[in-house]
Design a protein around this ligand. Sequence first.
Ligand SMILES: [Zn+2]
Length: 96
Amino acid sequence: MLVIPNFIDMKKSTSNQSPLKIYCDIFGHKYEVSKKVTSHVKEYTCKCCKKQLTTNSNGNLTELTPKFKEINTALEQIYTRRMMRLKQKTLSSSIY
Ligand SMILES: [Zn+2]
């Protein structure tokens, strides 16, 4: 009769911490652009632990808090509206 020792399961349940998080702590986060808000403001997400950063009004990187998410959404709307208007302008001027 095969007896599976209990301590294997115990070991599994105690090692709860994600190894990827430890990797980030040691080697730093691996950020990649997850969203382009405007030509200056971007949102970054860490490939390992999914931590998010964004560019703030000073051009520095800061943690993407719900407040910054709100700001970025507003910025994006203004930016896309402006870009659309610019596009329409160039389109109409190329026709005439
Ligand atoms: Zn990370």
